[in-house]
Design a protein. Structure first.
Length: 271
């Protein structure tokens, strides 16, 4: 036994792994463990501090995301009904857009449909009203024409303002024409031609003495102009229907602010 102890001590001295520079291979140093644990603690504290320093808006948005997902997954009855009606409107409008381009089923009739739409444009009606106003020699005629001119100008301003607010595109990607840019009729909702023909037809039915066949033709003309705007792919069906409603409301507005004969004569003398 005493001889074996010196031999084991000699073996330990000759072992390379027992040297100081190789001690880390046999057992980890306590300093390294402490530094690693402290580094983990610091990183955890930094992460907590970063979470506390995040922007309140971002935290609110992150909290709102599940609610938004729930709202999309569980929409309300009104949302479902509105989206369903909107989808039906777009589908039916595209089906009726038979003259949207040359490749459409009625592409050859596009020129005629455009010509029908021009009859409801604002520029020809304003120009024709001014010519008739210059040639008119009766006070009653001048009064009616001046109020008609006021109604046409109000129609352009009101429709342009509503279109700028809604900014709804048509069912087809069709660029507006030059006359449309002049009257600021560049968007789909509401249809400017539909509002104008509805206002004009109601105006003529109230202030002109017309036979029954002419009255029927006047109403049919307004309906055909509104339909033509859907056929060329410029407006949806709801755009045209809303245009008819706004046209009637504009007529009622003109009736409320109707200019008398004396006011019309004063304006004509200034002009």
């Amino acid at each position: 036994m005493p001889a074996s102890q010196p031999r084991s001590r000699a073996r330990d001295r000759n072992n390379v792994l027992n040297r100081a520079e190789f001690l880390s291979l046999n057992q980890p140093l306590k300093g390294n463990q402490e530094s690693r644990s402290s580094g983990r603690k610091q990183s955890g504290q930094a992460g907590a501090a970063g979470a506390q320093n995040t922007n309140p808006k971002e935290r609110r948005q992150s909290q709102q995301l599940p609610e938004e997902d729930c709202m999309q997954l569980n929409p309300s009855f009104k949302g479902i009904a509105f989206n369903s009606l909107l989808a039906i409107d777009i589908c039916m409008s595209k089906r009726l857009g038979v003259c949207a381009n040359r490749a459409s089923s009625w592409g050859g009739a596009r020129s005629m449909i455009n010509l029908l739409g021009i009859t409801g444009h604002g520029i020809p009606w304003i120009a024709g009203t001014l010519i008739c106003l210059v040639k008119s020699s009766t006070l009653a005629g001048q009064e009616v024409l001046m109020n008609l001119l006021l109604a046409l100008l109000l129609d352009i301003v009101i429709v342009a303002g509503l279109q700028k607010l809604a900014k709804r595109k048509g069912p087809y990607d069709i660029n507006p024409g030059l006359l449309d840019y002049l009257t600021m009729d560049t968007y789909a909702f509401p249809a400017g031609h539909a509002s104008r023909v509805a206002m004009l037809s109601k105006f003529f039915l109230n202030h002109l003495v017309l036979a029954i066949p002419l009255r029927i033709l006047l109403v049919l003309w307004a309906l055909c102009v509104g339909l033509s705007r859907v056929m060329i792919g410029r407006h949806h069906i709801t755009d045209v229907l809303s245009g008819f409603v706004f046209g009637y409301l504009q007529f009622r507005l003109v009736e409320l602010i109707w200019m008398s004969s004396n006011t019309c004569q004063m304006l004509i003398s200034i002009w």
